[in-house]
Design a protein around this ligand. Sequence first.
Ligand code: ADP
Ligand code: MG
Length: 249
Amino acid sequence: MGILEVKNVNKRFGGLQALGNVNLSVAENTVHAIIGPNGAGKSTLLNCLVGKLIPDTGSVMFDGQSVLGRKPFEINQMGISRVFQTPEIFGDLSVMENMLIPCFAKRDGAYSMHAIGSVESEKDVYEKAKAMLEDMNLYDKRDMHSSSMSRGDKRRLEIAMCLSQEPRLLLLDEPTAGMARADTNNTIDLLKQIKEERDITIAIIEHDMHVVFSLAERITVLAQGTPLVEDTPDNIKGHPKVKEAYLGE
Ligand code: ADP
Ligand code: MG
C-alpha cells in the first residue's frame, strides 16, 4: 500500500475525457514523477488529489483515508501540500512576511486567523519562520520585496511556505517551468536536500527530463488521460511506449 492510492479515477470536462481509469500508487518516502505530453491530464490528476476538482468516479486514498469530498484546506491538514506551476507568493510582502503567513496558519488553523496567540507563541512562530528561511538559504533575503526575487528564489520561498505546513506528501506541478538552467539546478538540489532531511514523499509533475531523471525513483507516464507505463527511470528511458507518446512514432 502506498501513502497515496489512486484507483480508477475518471474525470470528464463536457465531451472530453481528461482522465480515464487512472491508477497510481505512490510509495511512502519516495520521489514519484508523473510525466506525459501536454494535455495528458497531469494537472487534472493533481487537482483531483487536492480537492480542487472532484473525480466523476474512482477513489483517492491518502494514508488509508479518502480525500474525496473534503475541502482543499482539510486535505492540506491531512498532510498534503501543493506547489503551483506559477509561484503563489505575495509579491508586495517581504520574504519574511510571506513565510510568517503559513506559520501562523499552521498554529491557528485555517478558520481561526483571529485567534489571539500569546506573545510567547508569537515568538515561537517567528522563530519557526526564521529557521525555515535559514534552512532554505533565504534568511539573508528576509527583508527583500518578494516580487523582486529571481524565479528560482520565488520557487524556493513557495516550497518553504509549503514545508512549514509539515506535509507528508508534497505535490509539485512543473516546478522548473520557465526557469533558467541555473535556477533549475538549484531547484533539483533543493528537492534533494528536502528529501534527505525530512520524512516526506514527493510527487512531481515535470517536463524537463533532466529534472525527472535527477530525482525520481518511480515514473508514471500519462498519455491522453491514461497511465501508459509505471517503472523505474532506467526502464522508462527508451521505453517504446514512452517514445510513441512523446514523438507520435
Ligand atoms: P497537462 O497538465 O497534462 O498538460 P491538463 O490536465 O491540464 O493536462 O489537461 C488535460 C485535458 O483537459 C486538456 O485537454 C485540457 O484542455 C482539458 N482541461 C483541463 N482543465 C479543464 C477545464 N477546467 N475545463 C475544460 N477542459 C479542461
Ligand atoms: Mg499541466
